[in-house]
Design a protein around this ligand. Sequence first.
Ligand SMILES: NS(=O)(=O)c1ccc(B(O)O)cc1
Ligand SMILES: [Zn+2]
Length: 256
Amino acid sequence: ISSHYWTWRPDQWHKNYPFAKGRHQSPIEINNKDVHYDSSLLPWFASYDPGAAKTILNNGKTCRVVFDDSFDRSVLRGGPLPGVYRLRQLHFHWGSSDDHGSEHVVNGVRYAGELHLLHWNPKYSNYLDAKRRTDGIAVLAIFLQVSRSMIKKKIFLFCFVFILKGKNAPFPNFDPSILFPKSHDYWTYHGSVTTPPCEECVTWIILREPIIVSSDQMAKLRSLSKNAENEPNHPLVDNWRPTQPRYFRMVSASFL
Ligand SMILES: NS(=O)(=O)c1ccc(B(O)O)cc1
Ligand SMILES: [Zn+2]
């Protein structure tokens, strides 16, 4: 029997996941006219232990790297955060072509992809408990911009090896901060996780400066498959949620 994997219909999610129709959903459009410069916003700091990286996998929905979050080993702090948050996993969202794929949209610009580094608040007993709290999760989001020029490309995570769903492998000694752009300027707002159940537990920290990747690096992500070995082939592309209503949420900027 063929498995009926989860089809990607964001406008249907609310039928099984009521949070998806909430007033603090993500992603959103970030437009300069709605952004408020907040001079009291602190810089953010990531202190990651490369030894915390464990495995890289294709779960049929994204390419994900998971980290040891059994203690405060790799943490994010500062910025809008009240304390340290533990790095749990990173993953990507991308499109079927270079002209779209990011979840957040900045002044009408869609990037080719978006990298999410997911952290949770250790004041709660575990990740699932943190997902039930408004200050439970912090996601550091970095846009992927395709550049055709042959300038030196940032070392980019290759996930293409695990093309089929369920494929995973050890991924030791990896410090995700090598993926950070030069500038730490960011926008921040309160929202949700962008996949069901869409809990409204995320403090978003979105970097203004994208990281540069090549078109063939994006092609590696697009070579991943949704399906497992014995199933008909479905390319894993367009795993981004469309932007949601901002309602009365303020987006703050750490920069003028
Ligand atoms: N896309 S996202 O960073 O909002 C996100 C966060 C967590 C989960 B999850 O708990 O599986 C999925 C997506
Ligand atoms: Zn994500």
